[in-house]
Design a protein around this ligand. Structure first.
Ligand code: NAD
Ligand code: MG
Length: 397
């Protein structure tokens, strides 16, 4: 059976990995004379018109959306006469999610992913959830809407996908163990971390990813966001989710059961593996991704995270224990702080400092108290961004 697919954030790292898996499984099926598993119905992106024009030429989707107006105009001109409809603006990205596709890959980066992913969930689609920020900033509301509509949310972030693959009866689970590579500064001194450049921060040792998540991996905020994501997806309290640094990124996470058993999912560090899993779920696809050779890896090592050099993880834990909208504020402040770091307006250690100060200010002013509606999400997100921008201005070099 052929299923139709929409990819939100098609020009990014996850978008590319998704299309690579689709291309492979479609080619294999066609070679066997079988119907292809997927047709690509719609693709969305923000500013990268050149990449979108190329993707549209290759995949011939029915609909393409660009959030950025200038890029949208460029794509519309390039695709004139092609029969491909081009939508422009954030509303057009929502419209792509609203099309009656079977499957939606949610791979926009940041809180910008919330609106279209929510549209897909509300119409009961199967949502492959790579974007973590939308759960962090609106988790309980997002999941309630998805449940109400009968949507299927499949965890695609590698740690959550690993847990999803080894999760048996939730009542028997003692704790979840999220593994973390430790990022590019795992062995760096505090002084080296203080002098870290954007180039060093985005050079992840094991994974090739977008710039924002790469910086989050370097601060360990990525693991903090994933902690919040795991608490929501698997309905697990904060104190029963552990973080374990595992530099080889071979074990993608573990579930510990009450009889002392721990189950783990292993594989090479390649997002095409969890993506192929959710695309095929509950079945599996044959893929050509590199096979894990444990003899060649030789040793797997583990260590506890160092909260002194990497305070972001503790901030995320505190936000998860805190008022309802504290994670929303944390996420908003982190997006602003990471952007400012990438623009070289603040230094690397200031990312966590800006998030910490924003959380303090938001709490002092009572801006993190409510998360009962999407208006509350928008308000906490806006407050977090405004406070973080003030903090950036105060610190700007
Ligand atoms: P990326 O920066 O490579 O790509 C982001 C995509 O989102 C691009 O297509 C971009 O055009 C689009 N986009 C950005 N801002 C937008 C906006 N305002 N409106 C509409 N579209 C917008 O990011 P990525 O590394 O592919 O990550 C995507 C998401 O998946 C993130 O939430 C990240 O945390 C999560 N994730 C990524 C990886 C990975 O290996 N890259 C692994 C796990 C989870
Ligand atoms: Mg991850």
């Amino acid at each position: 059976m052929t299923r139709s697919l929409a990819i939100l954030g098609a020009t990014g790292s996850i978008g590319a990995s998704t299309l690579a898996v689709v291309e492979e499984v479609n080619t294999r099926a066609a070679a066997r004379g079988e119907p292809v598993p997927f047709t690509v119905d719609s693709l969305t992106a923000n500013t990268d018109a050149t990449a979108m024009i190329a993707l549209a030429g290759q995949w011939r989707p029915a609909f393409v959306a660009m959030a950025d107006p200038l890029a949208g105009a460029q794509v519309r001109e390039a695709l004139a006469g092609s029969g491909i409809e081009v939508g422009i603006g954030p509303g057009a990205c929502d419209a792509a999610a609203a099309r009656p596709t079977d499957v939606v890959m949610a791979a926009v980066v940041g809180a910008a992913g919330l609106a279209p992913t929510l549209v897909a969930a509300r119409r009961g689609a199967t949502v492959l959830l790579a974007n973590k920020e939308c759960l962090v900033c609106a988790g309980p509301l997002f999941l309630a809407e998805a449940r109400k509509a009968g949507a299927t949310i499949l965890p695609t972030d590698s740690e959550h996908n690993a847990i999803f693959q080894v999760l048996g009866d939730p009542a028997q689970v003692e704790k979840l163990i999220l593994t973390a590579s430790g990022g590019p500064f795992r062995t760096a001194s505090a002084d080296q971390i203080a002098a870290a450049t954007p180039e060093q921060a985005v050079a992840h040792p094991n994974w090739s990813m977008g710039r924002k998540i790469s910086v989050d991996s370097a601060t360990l905020m990525n693991k903090g966001l994933e902690l919040i994501e795991a608490a929501l997806l698997f309905d697990m309290p904060e104190e029963r989710i552990e973080v374990l640094v595992h530099p080889q990124s071979v074990i993608h996470s573990l579930v510990a059961y009450r009889d002392g058993t721990q189950l783990a999912q292993l594989g090479c560090a390649d997002m095409r593996i969890p993506i192929a899993h959710v695309l095929a779920w509950p079945s599996r696809f044959e893929t050509s991704v590199q096979r894990l050779d444990l003899a060649a890896v030789g040793q797997l090592t583990f260590e506890a995270p160092d909260h002194a050099r990497f305070p972001a993880l503790g901030l995320a834990r505190a936000a998860l224990r805190g008022p309802p909208a504290a994670p929303t504020v944390l996420n908003a402040a982190n997006e602003v702080a990471v952007e400012s770091f990438l623009a070289r307006n603040v230094g690397f250690p200031e990312i966590a400092a800006i998030v910490a100060e924003t959380l303090t200010q938001a709490s002092r002013r009572g801006l993190d108290g409510a998360l009962a509606s999407l208006d509350d999400v928008m308000a906490a997100d806006a407050a977090g961004r405004a406070l973080a921008r003030e903090e950036v201005a105060r610190r700007a070099r």
